[in-house]
Design a protein around this ligand. Structure first.
Ligand SMILES: [Ca+2]
Ligand SMILES: [Ca+2]
Ligand SMILES: [Ca+2]
Length: 279
C-alpha cells in the first residue's frame, strides 16, 4: 500500500524557570519532539460483528485527517514535561512500582526510550495539553491501528505468532522482552498501514473517550467522541502482560482515570488542518 505518512513536530511550550534550571543539571535531557504520522481523512469500519459484546456491531466511521504519534510516549518525553511541571512538586509524577526499572524519575534517565508507565489518564491528558496535542479518540486509535481495510491486527488479519521477527511485545511471546516492557518502536514488523508502531502490545494506551460497553450501537458516523460521561476511560491495544489475542485491534478495555499501573501508558494525537486552512 502506498504510504501517505507525514511527520509533524509537536510545538513545545517554553519551560518555566524551574525547568530551565533543571535542564542545566547533569540529568539534562534534550527536549525531544514527538514524531507523528498522518492518518488521511476517510471512512473505516470500527468494531466487529463477531467481537465481544462491547465490540459489536461493526459500523462505518468517518474521520477527518489527523496526526497520531508514531510510538508510545517515552520516559524521556514525559520527563521533559515533568521537569517543566515542577519536578518533585509536579502533580503528575508517575507512580513507582518498587522495581528499579520503574522507579521515577530514575527510569526516565536509565530507560529513556521505554514507554512512560504509571501515568493516570489525568497525567496523560496533562502531558498532551502541554505539548499542544491531545489524546486520540477511541475511533482515531482504532483507525490508526486497523487502517481503512479493517485489519484485525496492525499487520493484517492473522495473529502470525510464527513470523520470523516478533510483531508485538506480549507475555511469554519469545519476543526478546520476556515478561517486561520493551523500548518503543522496537517491533517494526508490527507496524500498521500508516506506519504507527506498538499499536499491539507493550502497554495499554489511554484514549480520550469515556468507556461505554454499548456505545457502538448509537455511535455517530462522523468523528465519534465516546460517551458524554462515565466512570471509566477506554484503553486500547493490549500490553506486555497480555497474550497476543488480547492485542487484537478491536479489543476494548477500561480503567478508572486515576489508575496508574506498570502496563498502561499513552500516545498523542492532533488535528491535521486541511491545506486550505494552512497559511
Ligand atoms: Ca514480551
Ligand atoms: Ca501499545
Ligand atoms: Ca474485548
Amino acid at each position: 500500500m502506498k504510504k501517505t505518512n507525514a511527520v509533524v513536530k509537536v510545538k513545545w511550550k517554553k519551560p518555566n524557570l524551574f525547568a530551565m534550571i533543571c535542564l542545566l543539571l547533569p540529568l539534562v535531557v534534550i527536549v525531544e519532539a514527538v514524531e507523528m504520522v498522518l492518518v488521511p481523512a476517510g471512512a473505516f469500519m470500527m468494531g466487529h460483528d463477531n467481537g465481544d459484546p462491547d465490540e459489536v456491531p461493526a459500523h462505518e466511521v468517518y474521520l477527518d485527517a489527523y496526526y497520531i504519534s508514531k510510538t508510545e510516549i517515552t520516559n524521556q518525553q514525559y520527563y521533559t514535561f515533568w521537569l517543566a511541571d515542577g519536578g518533585e512538586q509536579s502533580q503528575h509524577t508517575p507512580l513507582g512500582f518498587g522495581l528499579d526499572r520503574l522507579d521515577w524519575p530514575s527510569c526516565a534517565i536509565h530507560y529513556a526510550d521505554y514507554p512512560a508507565v504509571g501515568v493516570s489518564w489525568e497525567d496523560a491528558s496533562a502531558y498532551a495539553k502541554w505539548t499542544g496535542c491531545r489524546l486520540p479518540t477511541e475511533a482515531e486509535w482504532e483507525k490508526a491501528a486497523r487502517g481503512d481495510r479493517g485489519n484485525l491486527w496492525p499487520w493484517g488479519n492473522q495473529i502470525n505468532l510464527k513470523k520470523k521477527q516478533p510483531l508485538a511485545n506480549v507475555w511469554d511471546g519469545q519476543d526478546g522482552y520476556d515478561n517486561q516492557l520493551a523500548p518503543v518502536g522496537y517491533f517494526a514488523e508490527g507496524s500498521s498501514v500508516y506506519g504507527v508502531l506498538d499499536m499491539a502490545g507493550n502497554i495499554w494506551e489511554w484514549v480520550a473517550d469515556w468507556y461505554d460497553a454499548s456505545y457502538y450501537h448509537r455511535s455517530p458516523k462522523d468523528d465519534p467522541q465516546g460517551a458524554i460521561a462515565g466512570c471509566w476511560k477506554s484503553l486500547r491495544g493490549g500490553s506486555w502482560i497480555d497474550n497476543m489475542q488480547a492485542t487484537i485491534s478491536i479489543n476494548r478495555y477500561y480503567a478508572y482515570p486515576t489508575v496508574a499501573t506498570s502496563f498502561i501508558g499513552f500516545r498523542l494525537a492532533k488535528d491535521a488542518n486541511p491545506p486550505s486552512n494552512q497559511n
